[in-house]
Design a protein around this ligand. Structure first.
Ligand SMILES: Cc1cc2nc3c(=O)[nH]c(=O)nc-3n(C[C@H](O)[C@H](O)[C@H](O)COP(=O)(O)OP(=O)(O)OC[C@H]3O[C@@H](n4cnc5c(N)ncnc54)[C@H](O)[C@@H]3O)c2cc1C
Length: 392
């Protein structure tokens, strides 16, 4: 984006800070909390409003691990990395609890459960269960005969479930609010899209329509929109749209699902939501070409696919209460990315990116953003180094 001279507001100000953060989603706000705890001055610049993008539009699962099962994740990432990731997400939830997430109205301690609708996922869950226990994680296999009597199991479709007993759900926008209120002295400028970054080697100048910020360092937390400011991240951070719908079953008692479920290797997800509602998301993997976009919007194809899942797995007696989409920033291996990034043609040492949380920013964003600050300021080794994609 470019902005003309005439479009910049007349009461334009210039502010100074040590670290400027671009983006007020979970990542940017969590990074700001870590900076404030260290006594470092920061300013957050947000194009729209805090939580306006993925952080305010997701399903609110706070899970251990990933939507994919542990056996498959271990095959794809290596067993040590998978174990590390599962530990990391546990620490993320512990950090959010320390911040007060349990006192937000939409929070509930709710086990997550990966459900197999047949093979090969059934066998993978059996294997995952054994591997998780070997690695010291609590997990339980749920057979249909011992399953809760909620609509999903009554459909007769699940053949097995793998349940994480200590997981939780929350309202994502309440989490954003919690992160925002945890900031005592860090200003958040909303409606302040950064359209230009200048680095003269000493200081970095960020331009928005209403305010300019001069900083010693910058952390870019713009998630799926990364390549708009950092063209070098094109092809590394890929925007992918996720669509959701909320229903209210005609029989209110049907809205009560015991667990927060994942289906079809995490492709679909369904859980109870406040006011006797159920939220259902996914179906993206069946429409990948159209859904590889950064455009907000719902489509008939995906929404009717989601509704066919609802009818097959839950009920056909319901009202639709909401439909929406959000844009995720996928990384090539599904793991977060932290690293120094080149802006324009300069290889700037003081401009950093933290993002690529794929579908798991709620479960690992707080922990990852705080780690990004340690990497940026202390030179800590990053677990999620950008240079792992050097040849991408
Ligand atoms: C439908 C859906 C369901 C999901 N479900 C879950 C779930 O249940 N559990 C889970 O763990 N994760 C889930 N996720 C993923 C999770 O929402 C994201 O990983 C997480 O919100 C990413 O947070 P973020 O702060 O990095 O990005 P965002 O929330 O996207 O924030 C980036 C911010 O940067 C701002 N910005 C962009 N460009 C500029 C600019 N030039 N100047 C200033 N500001 C800018 C944007 O306006 C935005 O506010 C889901 C995602 C979607 C879309």
């Amino acid at each position: 984006m470019t902005v003309s001279l005439w479009q910049r507001t007349s009461n334009h100000t210039t502010e100074h800070c040590d670290v400027a953060i671009i983006g007020a989603g979970i990542t940017g706000l969590s990074a700001a909390i870590e900076l404030e705890a260290r006594g470092i001055s920061a300013i957050v610049l947000e194009a729209d409003y805090a939580g306006s993008k993925a952080s305010g539009r997701n399903a609110g699962y706070l899970i251990r691990g990933a939507a994919e099962n542990y056996a498959l994740a271990s095959k794809q990432l290596g067993r040590d990395t998978a174990k590390f990731l599962w530990d990391w997400t546990q620490q993320n939830l512990a950090g959010l609890k320390a911040l007060g997430i349990e006192s937000t109205p939409g929070y509930a301690q709710r086990p997550s459960c990966i459900v197999a609708l047949g093979e090969p996922e059934h066998s993978e869950l059996v294997e995952s269960h054994a591997m998780l226990r070997e690695n010291g994680f609590k997990a339980e296999l749920i057979e249909p005969k011992d399953a809760p009597s909620d609509l999903l199991w009554k459909s007769g479709k699940p053949t097995l479930g793998l349940m994480n007993p200590h997981d939780a759900v929350c309202s994502p926008i309440e989490l954003v609010g919690l992160l925002g209120t945890a900031l005592a002295s860090t200003p958040i400028y909303e409606n302040a899209e950064v359209f230009r970054i200048e680095d003269d080697g000493n200081r970095i100048a960020l331009q928005t329509r209403s305010v300019d910020v001069i900083a010693s360092r910058v952390l870019i937390c713009t998630n799926a929109y990364a390549d708009e400011l950092i063209p070098a991240l094109k092809g590394i951070i890929t925007p992918n749209r996720g669509q959701m719908l909320a229903i209210k079953p005609h029989d209110r008692s049907h809205a009560n699902l015991e667990f927060a479920y994942y289906l079809n290797h995490g492709s679909e997800y369904v859980r109870s939501a406040p006011n006797d509602q159920i939220i259902f998301g996914g179906a993206r993997t069946y429409h990948q070409v159209n859904e590889a976009t950064s455009a907000d919007g719902i489509t008939d194809e995906v929404q009717s696919h989601l509704e066919s899942f609802v009818k097959e797995l839950l009920t056909d007696a319901y009202d639709i209460t909401a439909r929406w989409s959000g844009i995720m920033g996928f990384s090539p291996d599904g793991m977060p990315i932290i690293g120094q990034v080149p802006i324009h043609t300069l290889n700037n040492k003081n401009i950093w990116y933290c993002g690529g949380l794929t579908g798991h920013g709620m479960s690992m964003g707080y922990q990852t953003a705080r780690h990004a600050i340690a990497v940026m300021l202390d030179g800590d080794h990053t677990h999620f180094a950008l240079d792992r994609f050097e040849n991408t």
